[in-house]
Design a protein around this ligand. Sequence first.
Ligand code: HEM
Length: 518
Amino acid sequence: MSVMVSEKKIGREYVTADEDTIATQMVNEFEAQVTRMYKDKKMLRQVHTKMHGCVKASFAVEPNLPDDFKVGVFAGAPRKYNAWVRFSNGNTETQKDKKKDIRGIAIKLLGVPGEKILNDEHFLETQDFLLMSSETFFAKTIKELNTLLAAFTSASKIKFLLYLLNPLHLPTLMRVKKIACDNPLNIPYWSTQPYQFGTVDQAVKYHLRPSPDNKIVVENTTDYNYLRYNLAQTLYDNEAKFDFYVQFQTDAEAMPIEDPTVPWTSQYIKLATLTVYAQVFDSNAQIEFGDNLSFNPWHTLPAHRPLGSFNRVRKRVYEVMSKFRHDKNKLPVIEPKDSPDFLKDIVHPFHKNSIDQQVPSKKILQTAAEVIVNCSKEKAYLYISSNKELPNWLLKAGPVYGVINVKSLQADYKKVGDKRWIERGDGGKLEEELISVHRFSHYAYQITKFSDFFRKLTDKAFGQMWFDTVDDQTRISWVYTFTYKNVFAKLFLKLFLSLFLKKYLQNGLNNAKAYLED
Ligand code: HEM
């Protein structure tokens, strides 16, 4: 009687002949594509281009791990590493967050001792983990991926269409799992590809799962960049935790190394906790820092060596593509270092606003205006929020009089609770109080005192200012919200908002733009 014996071994790779050729083809296609896309602009990544935030975190190894798990970064006394974490959308072109997409998380541990794999980087102290929002990868083989990429990165629309029309490609396309997302802190991630775990006869996949105890803020699901906004709103007051798991390859046939479309079914074992600190991260400088980083699964200790054909091809692709974009941008490729100052700007806890200080979402009328300004977010924020500048840009439009005088009543109108009096050209006065301040990104105020007719119509009105980076420029959005006292007030305010107030806000922002770009 003959017994079927599995040929495949746990942790073993099975290299195919054409991987080098495919890696070269991919690099050529990617370079051609980003060269076309970023002719006169700063070059961004070929994929995972749109960053929601590059944030500070800690990666704390579980205490009391059994000795078998104490390999690589998990070895020795349980350590807590400082880490950078970059959240992204997978798509090549930046697009609105509402569009379904693959979402990415890239983690870079700092201060990791020990020799690393990459030739030029043996003595750098970073260890990267790259994960995405689906459990499995959409391509079965690297050849299959290359055929797809050749069509999707090509300048020729015909090549792209021919790919889509070929029914043989349907299984690959069906496996692409794009998801909707309301906050990048709110979804699980997987490595999809395997990694060595300590010795060559052990392999794992990685998985990150958000802690159910996180307080996640979802205030906006319509803005072009709402994921950054919700991330910022969450981290302003709260930290967010993810559990980091490994899943061992326990059957070399049923859990293959070389086919990432097959989910592994072994149990998840928690090895660490990733804690994203409460912080303010969305300054232009930090966005630029995140854009200039290079994440690469091969930034690693040999104990976590990437395995499988996709990872082998990624070795060439990530190194070359990072260098290519840094060269084009005339920037050096630099790995960040750990420092005792890493957490210096993480101040905690931030103040919390009580619920009644939030802008209501019911029984209200709203109008909004928006402008794109060619200056930094910081400059736009400081100008718009300044008491001194307000009379210079908020001018009469139609029957609505402009601001002629502003007086601080309490402090200097920078913190929650600060108040100011505003006087308009027709003598009308109103008192504004700051109810939410996320410096350089957003502030909101409430108006509880009107000297004129408006006090008969409303108990409270609200203004919200958003500052957002779009294609190197700053978008300023101004949303005005009125509560109404009765049906008559509702009717009147509805007409007032649509006929006059919208134009007044827009006119003001247009004036501000002229000043800011001068
Ligand atoms: C052969 C397959 C793959 C190819 C060719 C590929 C290609 C790339 C490229 C060219 C970049 C931009 C690198 C740079 O300019 O610095 C990138 C970034 C990224 N990739 Fe992949 N990738 C592959 C598979 C994967 C897999 C399996 C995952 C995760 C499960 C992943 C997650 C990411 C993430 C999260 C980023 C963004 C890193 C950052 O935030 O800087 N990729 N990939």
